[in-house]
Design a protein around this ligand. Structure first.
Ligand code: C2E
Ligand code: CA
Ligand code: CA
Length: 707
């Protein structure tokens, strides 16, 4: 109902508007322009003010103003000639509380003068919105204050690397001129930072890696040209679970480093293992060089780095990590003579100084190291293997100073890491994959994908019981027009480091699924396994893209298998488990690749929805003669049995290896003995149209064998 004054409205106003006023959702007053008295109000207006109709109607609008500004507003409104006016104001409710309202005043004339007309005042409560805005302002101010009060330099960038905000400490640490920041000249700030670092190339590469992996955390140190060292930590900035940008924090480590260096200088040995440290080793190497020069005596320096040690630390905890390091130190000592020296260089990196050793002596020492480390480590109920990568430098060929020789050994070790870990290698200047060539390789890879230079080859997998081909592993091949064939052992690690593996992996998935679907259409169901890198597995949309590939090709999920490595467990094991379950729900098969090289805990194998273990090639090599390889292979097969998992061996090259595996109860194998990875045409020739052998494919399927 319309609450109105006893004095009737002019007939041309009252009736048409009465019903309309009540129907409005907003609180509405109808005001006489001449007297500025309220003529009528609707129910919403009563609720908004908490006043009765009697209290409102007949009042002047000024009298209802809650603030002096509002009273002024009404004065001005009277002389305003615009058709409508908009304002935000505070209004007092009858209960004393203040409300924020937005208000719109529309004029409509009823005579020649503006004042002759009427005003329709519509109001809406905005208190809640206003409050959350105020809260947000307070929050932003608080954040800004926090940002300014931290001792770290903070820089926030968006996904494209454009600066969003930074604090003063950031500008101070990087000594960025104030005007660059004021102008918000991103390019200038970035080039300033680039020019301040000691190794701009490495810095840029690292930065592009960080940007290419928007969900990863990272931390590293940056050396500046002025001698200072900055620690850089970067965290993804998430918005509703998606990457929205990145927060970098920088801290000046120079003082801390100087202090810890002094402490290290005070003691020459490593606390954890009791081994001499890098400094002590350097002194001994110098001495050996002096003697070696005088007496023409060669010696070898080995750099030994445990493989995937970080994974042990991350998954089993630091206490286990420490035990592994101590045990490793003991084993290394046991494979050197009294006169030689074993040092711990830091982390999981050791060095061995082998006196009176030439190339042969160096190699023998490296073999002793591999042998010593290949025995399983057993603590409490856990048993796992730890492989290591060894780089060998020889005096005098590989370095005249201690630093140079140690650097050569370290480079050789890195080369081993890059080409697959778990073995040793001599320093060879030609083979160093330096940073620049890695950047070139990364660039060439991106072009290669674009230009379709990648292909997939398929390596048959054979049942040891029936001798039939039951599946195929897809392996990527790349022929560069200039460089020729490039091995995946060379470019996959670079792609993993730069994050480009995600794009490659996506291509492999589509390609392999299409191939398997084509074979199926031709009447040859052939399960195809693809290699999935940890980074690819960790992408949030990975399961979706597998589902999509299956759906768009029409391939039944049981004809696809994902080969995962234990490194997918790095980080959050529960999250990995969830991902695995999502993939299992799609119906695809899953196996653990390179089994035995990571840490092998029964605990997680039991929890994971996998069907197969693939014994790494490095354990097959020594079969059947090598007792430790034989022991490990037997143990893996038995473990697989106990967990009801299929076991496949890779890299089988000889009949003797095959026989050993068959006797040990292994289910399947792949390797050069049967065939290397073949292009699809050659695969078809070999498997379905064998010229001599009457061998027919018998695909392995989830529920048994296809006829
Ligand atoms: P992997 O998954 O352990 O693959 C087995 C490697 O052993 C392949 O090397 C294969 O050609 C080789 N091989 C097979 N049988 C024998 C044998 O009897 N003797 C010897 N000596 N070697 C054998 P390849 O193709 O050079 O691949 C090297 C690694 O590169 C693979 O190791 C895998 O980690 C990675 N890789 C290859 N293709 C892909 C891919 O599509 N995606 C991902 N993420 N990684 C891939
Ligand atoms: Ca594989
Ligand atoms: Ca392998």
């Amino acid at each position: 109902m319309l609450h109105s004054l006893p004095r009737p409205l002019p007939s041309n106003v009252a009736d048409p508007y009465a019903a309309m006023l009540e129907g409005l959702l907003d609180a509405v007053w109808l005001v006489d322009g001449r007297t500025r008295c309220i003529l009528a109000v609707n129910g919403a207006a009563l609720r908004l003010s908490g006043l009765t109709a009697e209290q409102l109607v007949g009042q002047t609008v000024e009298a209802l103003a809650s603030t002096p500004e509002d009273a002024m507003f009404w004065m001005d409104a009277a002389s305003d000639t615009r058709a409508s006016l908009h304002s935000d104001t505070l209004m007092r409710h009858a209960d004393g509380s203040l409300l924020w309202v937005t208000r719109r005043i529309s004029y409509f004339a009823a005579g020649p003068q503006v004042a002759d007309g009427y005003w329709l005042v519509a109001m809406r409560d905005q208190t809640q919105r206003r409050q959350s805005e105020d809260e947000r302002e307070v929050l932003v101010a608080e954040l800004q204050a926090t940002l300014e009060s931290t001792a770290d330099g903070i820089l926030v960038v968006d996904l494209l690397g454009q600066m969003r905000s930074c604090n003063r400490r950031f500008a101070l640490l990087w000594a960025i001129p104030a005007d660059l920041l004021q102008q918000r000249d991103d390019a200038a700030v970035q080039s300033w930072m680039r020019c301040s670092v000691l190794e701009p190339e490495a810095y840029l590469l690292r930065l592009s890696t960080i940007q290419a992996t928007p969900l990863q955390e990272s931390s590293d140190v940056i050396k500046l040209t002025d001698g200072r060292v900055l620690e850089r930590v970067s965290l993804p900035q998430l918005s509703r679970g998606r990457a929205a940008g990145r927060v970098f924090s920088f801290r000046d480590l120079s003082e801390k480093l100087a202090a810890s260096q002094r402490i290290a200088e005070l003691s020459h040995s490593d606390m954890l293992t009791g081994l001499p440290n890098r400094r002590a080793l350097a002194e001994r190497v110098e001495l050996a060089q002096a003697i070696g020069r005088r007496e023409n005596m060669p010696f070898a320096l080995l750099n030994v780095d445990l493989d995937r040690f970080k994974q042990i630390n991350d998954t089993l905890g630091n206490a286990y990590g420490d035990r592994v390091l101590k045990e490793a130190a003991e084993r290394l000592k046991a494979c050197t003579r009294e006169v030689d020296m074993v040092a711990r260089l830091g982390g999981d990196e050791f060095a061995l100084l082998i006196h009176q050793a030439d190339m042969r002596g160096g190699e023998q020492a490296a073999r002793r190291v591999q042998e010593a480390m290949s025995r399983p480590f057993s603590f409490d109920t856990l048993s796992f293997t730890v492989t290591c990568s060894t780089g060998i430098a020889l005096f005098p060929a590989d370095g005249a100073s201690a630093d140079a020789l140690m650097a050569s050994a370290e480079r050789a070790m890195h080369w081993v890491k890059e080409s697959g870990r778990g073995t040793f290698h001599f320093h060879q200047p030609r083979k160093d994959i330096d940073l620049l060539s890695r950047m070139r390789l990364d660039h060439a890879m991106r072009q290669a994908l674009h230009e379709g230079q990648f292909r997939l080859h398929y390596q048959p997998q054979i049942s040891l019981a029936s001798g039939k081909v039951i599946g195929a592993e897809a392996l990527i091949r790349w022929r560069d027009p200039l460089r020729g064939e490039i091995s995946p052992g060379e470019f996959i690690p670079v792609a993993e480091e730069s994050g480009f593996i995600v794009a490659i992996g996506e291509w492999v998935l589509q390609q392999a699924v299409e191939q398997a679907a084509t074979w199926l259409r031709q009447g040859w169901p052939m399960p195809v396994a693809i290699n999935v890198s940890a980074l690819q597995f960790q992408q949030s949309q990975f399961a979706d893209s597998v589902a999509f590939a299956l759906r768009s090709s029409g391939l039944p999920p049981e004809l696809l298998e994902l080969e995962l490595t234990e490194s997918i467990l790095v980080g959050d094991a529960d999250e990995a488990l969830q991902r695995l379950q999502a993939l299992a729900a799609l119906g695809v098969g899953m196996s653990i690749d390179d089994f035995g090289t990571g840490y092998s805990s029964l605990a997680y194998l039991k929890r994971f929805p996998i069907q197969r273990l693939k014994i790494d090639r490095s354990f097959i090599q020594g079969l059947p003669g090598d007792a430790s390889d034989a022991g490990i292979v037997n143990a893996i097969i038995q473990m697989g049995r106990a967990l009801r998992l299929q076991v496949i061996a890779e890299g089988v090259e000889t009949q003797a290896q095959r026989d050993f595996l068959a006797r040990a109860g292994c289910d399947e194998f792949q390797g050069f003995l049967y065939a290397p990875a073949l292009d699809p045409r050659a695969f078809e020739e070999r498997v379905w149209r064998p010229a001599s052998e009457p061998l027919r494919a018998m695909p392995r399927l989830a529920g048994g064998f296809l006829a």
